[in-house]
Design a protein around this ligand. Sequence first.
Ligand SMILES: Cc1cc2nc3c(=O)[nH]c(=O)nc-3n(C[C@H](O)[C@H](O)[C@H](O)COP(=O)(O)OP(=O)(O)OC[C@H]3O[C@@H](n4cnc5c(N)ncnc54)[C@H](O)[C@@H]3O)c2cc1C
Length: 575
Amino acid sequence: MKRDIGQLAEREFDLLIIGGGIYGVMAAWDAAERGLSVAVIDKGDFAGATSSNSLKIVHGGLRYIQHADIKRMRESIRERRMMMKLAPHLVHPLAFVMPTYGHFIKGPEAMFIALKINDLVSFDRNSLPDPQKHLPAGKIISKQECLQMIPGVDAENLTGGAIWYDAQLYNSERFIFSVLRSATDAGAVAVNYAEAVALLTQDKRVTGVRIHDRLSGNTFTVRSKIILNTTGPWLNRALRTLLPNLNHPPIALAKMMNLVTTRLFDAYSVGFYSKYEYKDKDAVISKGSRLYFVTPWRGLSMVGTAQTAYEGDPEDFTITRDDIQQFMNEINEAYPPANLSFDTVLYYYGGLLPIEPNYSDPRNVTLLKHYRLIDHQKEHGIQGLLSVMSVKYTTARDVTEKALNLAVQKLGQPERRTTLPERYIHGGDIPFFNDFLEAVQRERPLGLSESVLNHLAYNYGTAYREILAVAEQNPRLAKPLTGHPTILRAEVVYGIREEMAQHLDDIVFRRTELGPEGHPSDETLLDVAQLAAQELGWNPDQTAREIEAVKAIYEPVTGEKPQNQPQKTVLEGGN
Ligand SMILES: Cc1cc2nc3c(=O)[nH]c(=O)nc-3n(C[C@H](O)[C@H](O)[C@H](O)COP(=O)(O)OP(=O)(O)OC[C@H]3O[C@@H](n4cnc5c(N)ncnc54)[C@H](O)[C@@H]3O)c2cc1C
C-alpha cells in the first residue's frame, strides 16, 4: 500500500471519498469489492481524527432499550458480530459490570428485565463458529459480589450489580489500516495528506475535486462521477469549502474525551454513575445521571467518556490540561478509589461527535440518535454529492453500505450488492482465534518472545508474517525498540513502507501501539525517529521537529511545553 498521488490525476473515478476515518475506509473497501473504481483521500493521516479516539467499545446497543429502539439494537448486534468476524484478532468479547441502586429505574429488577430483553433481542449473537467470540447471557449479582468486584463503589442504597457482555477493539487504528489495505488490494487508490479544497461542477453535477497535496504543496484536479463526503466533524466545514453558496444548517458538535490510565480493574469494564444530573430527553426511561466506564485495555485502563457542547471550528479542537483536570475531578467524585491524577493519567483521547441541536446546558447534550445520509441532489440540487455522518465506529460498515447502495444507483449501474459480510479484513483469516495464538507461539519465528508474538498476533493477525518478512531483512529490525518490551523496529519500517506513514506521530500513535501507553522514553522516541529518518530521508533538523511535534501531543498530560514551537514538517514529494 503505497502513497502514489499521481494515480489520482490519471483517470476518472466512479467514486471519490473525502475523509479517511472508519467511514471513509469502509466505504472505499465496499466500493472496491463491488467493482467500482474508487479513491479515498484524507487531509491528514488516515485514522488521524475521531476514529482513533473512540473508547473502543463495539456496542451491541444495550442502552437503546432505554429508548425502546429494538431496530437499532438489532443493527448494533449484527454489526458487533460482523466486526468480530471481519477482524477476529482485533475485536474481542468484553465483560461489563455496573452497580444497581434501590429498586426503581437503577435497581436490579429493572436491570434484570433489560438484560433479559438484551439476551432475547441478541438471540443470534453467538452464531459465529469460534467459541472465543461467544458472549454469555447477562446476569444480576448480589450487593456483596458487586462490592467485591468494584471495591469502594458508592454503597449507599446499593442493591447489587448487573453483568453483561459486549465487544472491544484491541486497536481501532490498526483496524482502519487493515481495512484500507483490503480496499487497496481490491483496487482502491488511497492517499493521505491530500485535502479536498474545492468541488468542481458542471450544470449542477459534480465532476471532481481540487486537491491540495499537503506534502508537496501542489494543487491538482481529481475527476469523479460521485463524491462521498465522510469528513466526520468537518462535515459542515467541508460543505462550506466545497460549496460556498450552499445553505446547509450546521450540525451541532460535542467535545468528547477518554483518559488512558494505569490499570484500575483487570477483567471487567466497570460502569458507575456521575454525580451530576443528566437528562436524556429522548429516553423512554431516563436514569438521571451519566454513566462512565473504566475499561481494561492493553494492560491499562481507558476511562470515558466526557462530553460537552463544542461551538468552535474542528480545526481548532484541542484537549487542554484543564479539560483533563475537570474530567479527573468528575471521575474521582463519582468513584473516589479511582484517585486519578496526572501521575496515573498516561494519555488522553479527544474528538468531536454530532449532537442533537438546541441543548440548553452544554454538559447536557445528546448524541445524534440516527446516522445522516445526505443526498445533496435532493437537498440542494447538486447531483453526485453524498454526505454521511454518524456517532458510532461500530456501525460504520452498515451505514456506508447504505451510502454505497445510493451511489451505485446514481451511477446507473446494475445493482451491485455489498460483499463485505462474506469477507475478512487483511490479516483476519483466522477461523479460531485461540488456535491461531497457540500456533503462532508454537512456531516461535525468529526466536521472538511470547509477549512479542502475542503483540504481533493481536495487532496484525495473520499479516504478522509481513512484519516478520521485514525483520528477516536485517537482524536490527527483528529487535524491539530501544527501551520497549514488545514493539519491533520492523513495525516502524513496515508502517512507512507499506502503510504510508509520513510523520513521526503517524508511527507513534497509529501504525504502532506505542503512543497511548504514555509518553515514550526519550531513547525509545529517538529510536523510532532515527528509523523513520532513514526511511523518509529526514535531516537532523526535520527529525528534531518531528520529535518535538510528538512531545507536544503529550503536553496536556505531562504539563511540559515543547522546547520549540513544533511544526509539521512539509516534505518535498513524500513517499
Ligand atoms: C471520545 C470518543 C469516544 C468514542 N467511543 C466510541 C465507542 O466506544 N464505540 C463506537 O462505536 N464509537 C465511539 N465513538 C464514535 C466513533 O469514534 C465515530 O463515530 C467515528 O470514528 C467517526 O468516524 P468518521 O470516519 O465519520 O470521522 P473521522 O474519523 O473524524 O474521519 C473524518 C476524516 O475526514 C478528514 N477530512 C476532513 N476534511 C477533509 C478534507 N477537506 N479533505 C480530506 N480529508 C478531510 C479528516 O482528516 C478525518 O480524518 C467515540 C468517539 C469519541 C470522540
